[in-house]
Design a protein. Structure first.
Length: 80
């Protein structure tokens, strides 16, 4: 059975405690790995987190505590 390697939809929610951040969550596909990236300008992207290969359909999440001077932060996921 081939892997479904489409990028999943991201859910981004604020996390106020213990320090302010944004929680980025998504549903992983079996056998896929993901690289979560962030940008302030949609041009330059920085890798924030590399997931392990998913062994089952599971919800993965990462809390980003970086606060940018502009107050803007964009996220994307790359499937590998």
């Amino acid at each position: 059975m081939p892997l479904d390697l489409q990028a999943p939809r991201l859910a981004v929610t604020p996390v106020p405690l213990p320090s302010y951040g944004m929680q980025v969550s998504f549903q992983a596909s079996v056998g896929a790995g993901y690289d979560l990236q962030a940008s302030e300008d949609l041009v330059s992207w920085t890798n924030l987190w590399r997931s392990p290969l998913a062994t089952a359909k599971q919800l993965l999440s990462f809390v980003d505590t970086v606060q940018t001077p502009s107050g803007k932060r964009f996220y994307r996921i790359q499937v590998r």
